[in-house]
Design a protein around this ligand. Structure first.
Ligand code: A3P
Length: 372
């Protein structure tokens, strides 16, 4: 039986106003012109845009944890050479660093980077300018720093977590870069030299030393300010540093003990030769940071990249601060703050007390720091 349906091609359909045309007429038309290549292109583009939408909706941290623990997020693939040429292009709202650098809370990491144990540690001294030194060396493209003090070697709980815990506290770095951390407590804690030696007997160690009297007063100021901010009472420096009855220096006061440098260094020298240390002067860093950073660059065997153009002198603060073409940044307010007034007699007493200890230290390191 013959079908009653009359076959007509769509071209034969009577013309109708656009709004009334069968809705898929145009579609049929365009599909009829489709080539396999076009179909593949459409499929690929759709898949890509779906992936992009999903990716931008997910929390980046979650992505890193889910799929990138071993081969993590690649934001860009700058190689160190490119980084060097970008060096100096900075601004950054909360931290003064070149844009190319990895920031812990960015969840950004570059291809070919991984976290590595430090090849260099700033071990002290507390209040010697360790933060300034760390932030300044961080300008160098061959250096990556751990921003927070890790307290791995001096804290038994942290140490018991093992090297892998420690490594995870380190920043991502390229193979050619040097990882540096600073924890000034390392210098004075007895267990530390042996532990550091056990991890890496050829590690480079940096010390930045300050006039021991000034250092002790600065040490006191830090604790004093913390106590005041918590609404707690705190004795005066004089009360803590000088025995009221005898008028002698209280050698048990921790701020005093930490300033007897030769005692602490002696312990380190049982494990490391002096050649593995770089011993800088805090006063020199305050006066002329670039000259001290050049010494650090030499010690680490890296090119001289940090120049006077990276600094300006801030008269209000009374210290050098960082600068680039668009941005200026000083250290936090807690660095370089005024000290409480300490009576000149007490200052003199401390200087007299520290002098023989200083000479011992000068002999040990073969360098006179010229402290009063
Ligand atoms: P004060 O705040 O007592 O003056 P650390 O970082 O080891 O805690 O040391 C703090 C000290 O760094 C400060 O002590 C200050 O003297 C010194 N310092 C060195 N260079 C500095 C800089 N450019 N800006 C601020 N403080 C600096």
């Amino acid at each position: 039986m013959k079908s009653k349906t009359k076959e007509v091609s769509y071209q034969q359909l009577p013309a109708a106003p656009d709004s009334k045309r069968p809705c898929n007429t145009r579609l049929i038309q365009s599909f009829s012109k489709c080539t396999p290549l076009k179909v593949i292109a459409v499929v690929v583009l759709t898949a890509l845009s779906t992936c992009l939408i999903i990716y931008s909706c997910l929390d980046k941290r979650l992505i890193e944890r889910l799929c990138c623990t071993h081969n993590p997020v690649v934001q860009t693939a700058d190689e160190p050479e490119t980084m060097t040429s970008k060096y100096g292009n900075i601004p950054d709202s909360d931290d003064f660093r070149p844009r190319h650098r990895y920031r812990d809370n960015d969840n950004i990491r570059y291809k070919h980077t991984k976290r590595r144990l430090p090849q260099c540690i700033i071990i002290g001294v507390r209040k010697g300018g360790t933060r300034a030194l760390l932030n300044f060396v961080n300008l160098h493209p061959a250096i990556q720093i751990a921003n927070k003090e890790t307290h791995f070697f001096d804290d038994d709980d942290n140490y018991s977590m093992g090297y892998e815990w420690y490594r995870r506290k380190m920043p991502y770095s390229f193979p050619q870069q040097i990882t540096i951390e600073k924890t000034p407590a390392y210098f004075v804690e007895e267990s530390v030299p042996e532990r550091v030696h056990k991890m890496n007997s050829s590690i480079k160690l940096i010390l930045i030393m300050r006039d021991p009297t000034e250092r002790a007063i600065s040490d006191y100021t830090q604790i004093h300010m913390t106590k005041l901010s918590k609404g707690k009472q705190h004795e005066s420096f004089e009360e803590l540093a000088i025995n009221e009855d005898t008028g002698e220096v209280r050698t048990t006061y921790r701020a005093i003990r930490r300033s007897i440098y030769h005692r602490h260094l002696e312990r380190w020298l049982q494990y490391f030769p002096l050649s593995q240390f770089l011993i800088l002067s805090s006063e020199a860093l305050v006066r002329d940071p670039v000259s001290q950073l050049k010494i650090v660059e030499n010690f680490l065997g890296i090119e001289h990249k940090i120049t006077p153009a990276n600094f300006y002198y801030n008269r209000t603060k009374g210290y050098f601060c960082l600068r680039n073409e668009t941005h200026e940044k000083c250290l936090a307010e807690s660095k370089g703050r005024p000290h409480p007034n300490v009576s000149p007699e007490v200052v003199k007493k401390l200087q007299d007390y520290f002098r023989p200890h200083n000479y011992k230290f000068y002999r040990m390191v073969d360098k006179d720091f010229g402290w009063p």
